[in-house]
Write a protein that binds this ligand. Sequence first.
Ligand code: ZN
Length: 139
Amino acid sequence: MKSFRRELWFDTKSRREYINITSQVNQCLIDSGIRDGLCLVNAMHITASVYINDAESGLIQDYDDWLEKLAPHEPVSFYRHNRTGEDNGDAHLKRQVMGREVVVAISNGKLDFGPWEQIYYAEFDGRRRKRVLVKIIGE
Ligand code: ZN
């Protein structure tokens, strides 16, 4: 069995961003040389998510509006977590809703997606360097 590991780094300009990382994950798969196996992609931070859905701009705005309704950033004082002096209580909750990781099957050397599936990195407390782990196993 072969094993491949790579970290993808991000430094977003704004607090919240949704970045399509499908091509970067696909590059990892090409570099791994693995033709059949599993690909894990996970956020390495507790205020960011990796998820799979459609690459459609309206949908990304809908996610962001929905998450802001569920866990608004303001008022910062609303969150007990922020009594520690942080301001990212909302980001922890948003990450919980959108998930930590995805696993994609690899078949015939390709990411074996369903229709319209794309991999996204969702940042909820950005403007600093953060990373995503890609781990691929198979042969
Ligand atoms: Zn925090």
